[in-house]
Design a protein around this ligand. Structure first.
Ligand SMILES: [Zn+2]
Length: 253
């Protein structure tokens, strides 16, 4: 017990010394900082703002692993078409951004391309509604897409796509910068899933979630043609196709 008190005491002592040291430095600096230094400080601040603005308009790069990963995907899925995937990806991103802007899930509700990602977008829109958040994406333009990773195990294959794009962004969000006069250049990471063996997909490994349109219950068995809770018919999903399963803006790295 005495040892314990000694450790705490020692720790508090060191902490006090650090606080004292920082306080002395701070007061010395503020006493000696003349108008010149204050101007310098202001300049540094303006400079930091300019850097943030430059970063906002800088076209983002995408990880170019496509040439490395595409042959592996083609080996597993000979009918795989990269350009088709990229074009579906762009269409999906456009649809999702419009849906977020309108805060209206019904725009993608019955879209078979977006059946895996729909719950994520629905949750985002609910959150925006309850926090009175608005987001606007104008003049969406795509720069480039690349495949950044590929995995295949437990009955499903996943392709991750990195997409560089730009749009005029307007929002009242506090966690995201927006300038009304300059175009934002950003990057999105999306994932596409292909279920090649339904029987191997166990509940725990299921990263895609489907919900009943009638009662909202999760559909655990992807092969079901009706909801186990309310018996409403569930449209059979074509599992043997690449479908978007997640969607995320990837601005800061
Ligand atoms: Zn149901």
């Amino acid at each position: 017990m005495n040892f314990f008190i000694a450790v705490i005491g020692g720790f508090l002592g060191v902490l006090l010394a650090i606080i004292l040291f920082v306080a002395v430095i701070y007061f010395r600096l503020s006493a000696s900082a003349g108008p010149g230094q204050m101007k310098e400080l202001r300049n540094a601040f303006t400079h930091a703002k300019e850097i943030a603005r430059d970063e906002y308009t800088r076209k983002k790069s995408v990880a170019g692993l496509t040439s490395l990963l595409e042959p592996r995907i083609l080996k597993d899925f000979p009918e795989f078409n990269r350009d088709l995937l990229f074009s579906i990806n762009e269409k999906n991103i456009r649809k999702i951004l419009n849906c977020i802007e309108a805060k209206d899930i019904s725009q993608i509700d019955n879209d078979s391309e977006l059946v895996y990602v729909e719950p994520q977008i629905r949750a985002k829109i609910e959150d925006m509604k309850s926090n009175q958040i608005n987001e606007k994406f104008d003049n969406i333009e795509f720069n480039r897409s690349a495949i950044s990773s590929y995995t295949k195990d437990n009955g499903k294959a996943t392709i991750r796509v990195s997409t560089s794009l730009g749009y005029y962004y307007n929002s009242n969000r506090k966690d995201k910068k927006s300038y009304s006069d300059i175009k934002k250049e950003t990057r999105y990471t999306t994932e596409f899933v292909y279920v090649y063996d339904e029987s191997k997909i166990k509940e725990k490994q299921l990263t895609i979630s489907i919900h009943c349109k009638n009662c909202g219950a999760p559909i655990n068995n992807l092969g079901n043609s009706y909801c186990e809770y309310c018996m409403a018919p569930v449209e059979r999903i074509n599992l043997k196709a690449w479908k978007m399963s997640s969607f995320k803006e990837d601005y800061n790295n």
